[in-house]
Design a protein around this ligand. Structure first.
Ligand SMILES: [Zn+2]
Ligand SMILES: [Zn+2]
Length: 341
């Protein structure tokens, strides 16, 4: 099978071709696993963190990709619920132990043994992949393969972030960063909290006008002050400066949710933190870590009910490097998806 493979970590500034097109054997499913013929795989910012070593794969080479849609080609001998021909999706959660205090409390995203698709196990930048049957999800019929792909991370983690804000209808929400996940959160908020106003902070003018097109009441640069204080803000940027700026925009008692697996360089921005301006008045800060299977299932149900169609840009599997570089350099409108032939 064809696969785009990461063989060595690198800086994307120095190497614009981090993944190599390779011919690999089709994987064989274990007894509780299914073999998927991949039809689409979303491109996520986390792939940049893997390639550049901020959340490095524990072993190389690895096939990245954790927003996978495909059809079941074969099943292991102890697979019960999934059949050959079913259309299913795979998300970031590849496995969790099922026995620790976090798993037992429904927080399998915090499991110390959590493994991630496309980082700890081969993912969907390939024509085939294997996964345990109980870590695959039926895809609602209203979505095409390509549109379903970004729902599996950008959408589902956006859903988790939104839930963690505790937003109530009528409260003002800020989104700092406006990529694949934020644009889906905006659509979700308009559906679930119709009286809430959405304020968007983004570094590029294209992203700002895209946000207004989708229904944001205001869009400004990352460091700007919004015309109102905001009850909660979701940060999806890779940097620290927007975090500090967001804290200044937060209402008293408000909460900032950081939806990022890792932050990049600009730690010096944190020296701008001014306790009375940014933190006092009972402001809260919470990060989002990984995702649970319930998040994915609940979100797919909601997405189908509201017919949440992501804006997608389609690339061929062989163009994965191009998609990653565009993501790195901020050329973003909606979500990028690899489509297998
Ligand atoms: Zn992701
Ligand atoms: Zn566990």
């Amino acid at each position: 099978m064809k696969a785009m493979v990461l063989e060595a970590l690198c800086s994307l500034k120095e190497n614009q071709m981090p993944l190599k097109l390779m011919e690999l054997p089709v994987p064989v499913p274990g007894e509780k696993e299914i073999l998927l013929k991949v039809s689409a795989c979303g491109v996520c910012h986390t792939e940049l963190d893997e390639i550049e070593g901020r959340t490095p794969p524990p072993r190389l080479p690895i096939v990245p990709g954790h927003q996978v849609v495909g059809r079941v080609e074969a099943v292991g001998s102890r697979v019960n619920a999934v059949k050959t021909g079913d259309r299913v999706g795979v998300a970031w959660i590849f496995s969790a132990c099922g026995e620790c205090k976090f798993c037992l409390a429904g927080n399998e995203n915090l499991c110390p043994a959590f493994t991630a698709t496309g980082r700890d196990a081969n993912g969907g930048y390939a024509q085939y992949m294997t996964v345990a049957e109980n870590f695959a999800y039926a895809i609602p019929d209203v979505f095409s393969d390509v549109q379903a792909a970004p729902l599996l991370c950008a959408g589902a983690i956006g859903y988790r972030s939104l839930r963690l804000t505790g937003l109530k209808d009528g409260q003002r929400l800020g989104l700092t960063g406006f990529g694949a996940s934020a644009h889906l959160v905006l659509k979700m908020v308009r559906h679930c909290y119709p009286s809430s106003e959405i304020y968007v902070f983004a570094r590029s003018a294209e992203e700002r006008s895209f946000a207004i097109e989708l229904g944001a009441v205001w869009a400004g640069d990352t460091a700007e002050r919004a015309p109102h204080k905001l009850d909660s803000i979701i940060d999806t940027t890779p940097a620290w400066e927007p975090v500090v700026a967001a804290l200044a925009n937060l209402e008293s008692g408000g909460r900032l949710v950081i939806n990022a697996i890792r932050k990049e360089g600009d730690k010096r921005s944190l020296l701008d933190l001014d306790y009375p301006l940014h933190l006092w008045q009972e402001k809260e800060l919470k990060s989002v870590a990984n995702i649970t299977r319930n998040d994915v299932k609940e979100f797919l149900e909601l997405a189908a009910k509201m017919n949440l169609q992501p804006e997608v840009q389609v690339f061929a599997l062989e163009q994965a490097n191009k998609a990653l570089i565009e993501l790195k350099t901020g050329r973003i409108r909606g979500a990028k998806v690899l489509k297998m032939d």
